[in-house]
Each structure stands twice: as C-alpha cells, then as structure tokens.
Design a protein around this ligand. Structure first.
Ligand code: 4NP
Length: 158
C-alpha cells in the first residue's frame, strides 16, 4: 500500500479542519503511524492566517499548540497528493467533488462517516458560536481522529 496521506477540509481552514488536523496528529503519533497530515479550506478569505483564536484556545485546553498552523486553500494537486480527503460538512464535500480531477487518487468522504452513529452528519460550523461550540467541534473531530487512526493502524498491520 502506498503511504497514507490525510487531508481535512472545511470552509475557512481556521476553525474545524485545523482542530481535526491537531486531533489526528496526536492520535497518529500515539500509534506511531507514518502518515502525512494536513488541512485546507475551500474558501480563500483566511489564506495565510493562523487558526481562529477560539480554535487555538480549544486545542491548548487539550495540550496542543496550533498557533503555527497557517490557512491554505485546497488545490487540484491535493487530489493526487492525498489518499484520503475528509470534508467537515456536506457543503465542503460537494465543493470537493465538483473540483476533483477524474484521475485523482484521493477518496472523498465526510469526516463523521468514520464515527459509529454519526455517518452522514456534518461537523457544525462553530464560527458564529461560542466556546462551547468549539468544545463540541473538538469532541467530534477527536472521535473521528481516533476511529481513523485505529483504521489506519489495522491497515498498516495487514
Ligand atoms: P471553518 O470556519 O470553515 O471551520 O474554518 C469558518 C471560518 C470562516 C468563515 C466561516 C467558517 N467565514 O465565514 O469567514
């Protein structure tokens, strides 16, 4: 199997997908997985910016410093570079499907498809919410990150 490479995609790449990236980096490192990990946004308003301060604060509550992350936009090359692209919500998924080249290697799916009982659901956008909205985002992306790391660890052992 070629090396797994995982990309998390939301709208702005400053709230949900950086938290998904942070949670999955932790899970992958706990299991010693060799996997490339990144996040991106479908929109370009925040390109080059660090994560939203509320997302940074939520990550720090879990001991993870994401202040060095920088937002970027999804690009066509990502569909070749990454084996798995996870959309945080349905709109992100539709946008990804519309821009995917026919010869890309990436499989596209919703992040919460990984979580038992949450298949087909979106990670709600916390941008217009409060700290509790970011805490909920963290819980959801962490659940998905654990499930994904379990799955990749199994695949690596095969
Ligand atoms: P994200 O959140 O997609 O989770 O990074 C948002 C960030 C920015 C905006 C909306 C959602 N915005 O409208 O600028």
């Amino acid at each position: 199997m070629s090396k797994a490479a995982v990309l998390f995609v939301c709208l702005g790449n400053i709230c949900r997908s950086p938290l998904a990236e942070a949670a999955f980096r932790r899970e992958a490192s706990l299991r010693g997985l060799r996997v490339e990990i990144d996040s991106a946004g479908t929109g370009d308003w925040h390109v080059g910016k660090p994560p939203d301060p509320r997302a940074q604060a939520e990550a720090l509550r879990h001991g993870i410093d994401i202040s060095g992350y920088r937002a970027r936009r999804v690009e066509r090359g990502d569909f070749h570079r990454f084996s798995h692209i996870f959309a945080l919500d349905h709109v992100n998924l539709a946008d990804l499907m519309a821009m995917a080249p026919s010869d890309g290697r990436a499989s596209l799916s919703l992040l919460l498809d990984l979580v038992a009982g949450k298949k087909g659901q979106s990670v709600a956008d916390p941008y217009f919410g409060d700290a509790e909205a970011f805490a909920l985002t963290w819980r959801e992306v962490s659940e998905a990150a654990r499930a994904l790391a379990d799955r990749l660890a199994l695949a690596a052992a095969e």
